[in-house]
Design a protein around this ligand. Structure first.
Ligand SMILES: *[C@@H]1O[C@H](CO)[C@@H](O)[C@H](O)[C@H]1NC(C)=O
Ligand SMILES: *[C@@H]1O[C@H](CO)[C@@H](O)[C@H](O)[C@H]1NC(C)=O
Ligand SMILES: *[C@@H]1O[C@H](CO)[C@@H](O)[C@H](O)[C@H]1NC(C)=O
Ligand SMILES: *[C@@H]1O[C@H](CO)[C@@H](O)[C@H](O)[C@H]1NC(C)=O
Length: 560
């Protein structure tokens, strides 16, 4: 989730539903991130209270408190909603938001403060620092007292850890110290990215009681629009590993196609998925969280449809869902707008993804013979030109009505691209079996029952996901989603170097410059939007000369 610059013009008019939204600890909720005005431009976010008054939001998550424990006072940023600072400091004082918090709370809408985000600079190097910061939160936003209380006397209802970079150190101590200060109904949650386990929050999630987990099912291979949607993995974690077995896992989605670099899940897909999550994981499914309010309210009927769906009066109500790649085409994602939400503000101006390639329904797919979906050499196929993963490390392409099978290069395995339309060879966890592949070909029939998925790249002080958005026999589009693993943020310019497989040429990035000499690739990415950030997202594209796209070898990667 990313900070974004102040938007420009008119405020959104929020329709009031007349219904009474309120946070529930026993039935699913709809929560919105608010504060960053991620839609920006002419679609500026409205006040916090107006979303609470809309009747279709149960909690608002104020984002972000994005600089902390790096010396001096923490920093908050709420884009156009607050611009005044305490004199002599950079800390915002937001009395209007303070009043809105009380308005929201009077309606039963919870107000949660999110710490972290992609930009900024934060992290602890000891448990003591975590405990000290819990005291700071109590004094500035809780029941304590401080010269600097950005929201005056109002007291927040909870904390969300959207920790996208830095070490895991100190967060468990921080949460325990918060619990000891705040009342027992104070909500504490975290917002990991969907790859499991989360690079930074993983050990924190395993080590301390949380009330909710807002898994970010976007900007990654595990979004709900690809073939590797992994809600089930998170539900298993909640039920078997989490110290709090009642922790609620929220299906966290972008509010519109411009809210994320990839993984926008259209309402038709959400309507198919939510009833399944509710019925399969009744004690675990917490509802839906959205990044962010400004995007959702500028996305047609998204917010109202979502509310009636999650609160039980909408949705398909059937577990027979239609594969949504067809519907996804009507909401073609423009990387141009999408990546402008990224930490680095990097974008391609004419970079569109058409995800309409494969269509099928669970009913037909489960009755289709395995040979049709699994790519067994020599067997008949109908989807001419379609690439699929097969058992083991091989892939198959449908040529003249028959599957033709090839192997991925050594150490790599066939992985589906995130648009669900093709495959590539990469470094992975898991393994493909015929049944896994045929099942995964049918989006959320299985909510991810296996198969290969990409391994994170771990390099000095950085962990990165290399996400292959789409790939064909000629070209590819990918995203490098990198996170600091120490306290030091990325600075103005980030250098990314790796060796490219010989059949792949990296040609473009609007992140800055990209140069490939032989197989050596060097990206110089500008991080001017923030100049210091704990995470960056760099979109790249290029060409494939023969065979399929092969991911760079992890041992060749350097990021600094
Ligand atoms: C909030 O962050 C954005 C993006 O970095 C920046 O442009 C804006 O000036 C910040 N707002 C305040 C009030 O500091
Ligand atoms: C996407 O693909 C479908 C099916 O091939 C095609 O009808 C449609 O025009 C394409 N849309 C775009 C925006 O390219
Ligand atoms: C789902 O599809 C199966 C197979 O077509 C059918 O037997 C079943 O009745 C359907 N269930 C619902 C709830 O529509
Ligand atoms: C980051 O640095 C660049 C170049 O020095 C500058 O133009 C830009 O305004 C800075 N951005 C922020 C958010 O301070």
């Amino acid at each position: 989730m990313f900070l974004r610059s102040v938007g420009i013009t008119a405020a959104v008019l929020l329709s009031s539903y007349g219904t009474h939204a309120a946070f529930s600890s026993s039935t699913p909720n709809v929560m919105y991130y608010w504060g960053q005005n991620s839609a920006g431009g002419g679609s500026t976010q409205s006040t916090l209270a107006s979303y609470c008054n809309s009747g279709i939001a149960d909690a608002l998550i104020m984002s972000f408190l994005y600089v902390f424990n790096v010396g001096g006072l923490p920093s908050i940023n709420f884009s156009n909603a607050c611009q005044t600072t305490f004199s002599g400091t950079n800390l915002l004082t937001c009395s209007a938001i303070g009043k809105d918090i009380e308005t929201c709370q009077s309606k039963g809408v919870k107000i949660i403060l999110s710490l972290g985000g992609a930009s900024g600079s934060y992290g602890f190097s000891s448990d003591e620092q975590g405990q000290t910061f819990a005291q700071t939160i109590w004094d500035m936003f809780g029941g304590g007292s401080s010269t600097y209380r950005p929201f005056g006397d109002s007291v927040i209802d909870g904390i969300d850890l959207d920790i996208e970079g830095g070490p895991s150190t100190g967060y468990i101590a921080f949460v325990k110290a918060l619990r000891s200060k705040f009342s027992s109904n104070f909500l504490i949650g975290a917002a990991p990215q969907c790859p499991f386990p989360d690079a930074i929050l993983g050990t924190v999630l395993d080590g301390v009681d949380l009330d909710f987990v807002n898994v970010q099912f976007y900007n990654n291979y595990c979004s709900a629009v690809g073939n590797s949607f992994n809600y089930e993995t998170w539900a298993n974690w909640a039920q078997n590993t989490s110290p709090n077995k009642d922790v609620k896992v929220y299906f966290t989605v972008p509010g519109s196609s411009t809210a994320a670099g990839s993984g926008y899940t259209p309402m038709s897909t959400i309507q198919a998925i939510v009833p399944q999550l509710r019925s399969q994981y009744p004690g675990t499914f917490g509802g839906v969280s959205v990044w962010d309010a400004s995007q959702a309210w500028n996305n047609d009927q998204f917010a109202s449809q979502l509310y009636s769906l999650v609160k039980g009066s909408g949705g398909s109500g059937s577990t027979n869902v239609t594969n949504t790649k067809a519907t996804a085409s009507s909401t073609t994602t423009a990387m141009a707008t999408a990546t402008s939400q990224s930490a680095t503000g990097i974008s391609f101006s004419s970079y569109t993804t058409n995800t309409s390639t494969a269509t099928s329904s669970i009913a037909t797919a489960t009755s289709t013979s395995v040979s049709g979906t699994c790519g067994v050499a020599g067997q008949a196929c109908s989807a001419e030109g379609r690439y699929v993963c097969t058992t083991g490390t091989s892939y198959a392409v449908c040529v003249y009505g028959k599957w033709s099978v090839s192997s991925c290069p050594s150490s790599t395995q066939c992985i589906p691209t995130t648009d669900g339309a093709s495959i590539y060879c990469g470094y992975s966890f898991g393994s493909n079996t015929c049944s896994a592949v045929s099942a995964r070909d049918v989006l959320h029939a299985t909510l991810n029952k296996g198969g290969a998925y990409p391994k994170p790249y771990k390099v000095s002080q950085v962990e990165a996901q290399f996400i292959v958005e789409s790939a064909s026999t000629d070209e590819f589009k990918a995203v490098i989603n990198a996170h600091r693993t120490n306290v030091k943020p990325f600075t103005k310019s980030v250098t990314i170097e790796f060796k490219s497989p010989s059949n792949v040429k990296f040609t473009n990035t609007e992140a800055g410059t990209i140069r490939q000499v032989g197989t050596s690739v060097r990206i110089q990415a500008n991080n001017y939007k923030f100049n210091q950030s704990m995470a960056i997202v760099v979109a790249v594209k290029g060409t494939v000369s023969k065979g399929v796209f092969v991911a760079p070898n992890p041992s060749s990667l350097r990021i600094k």
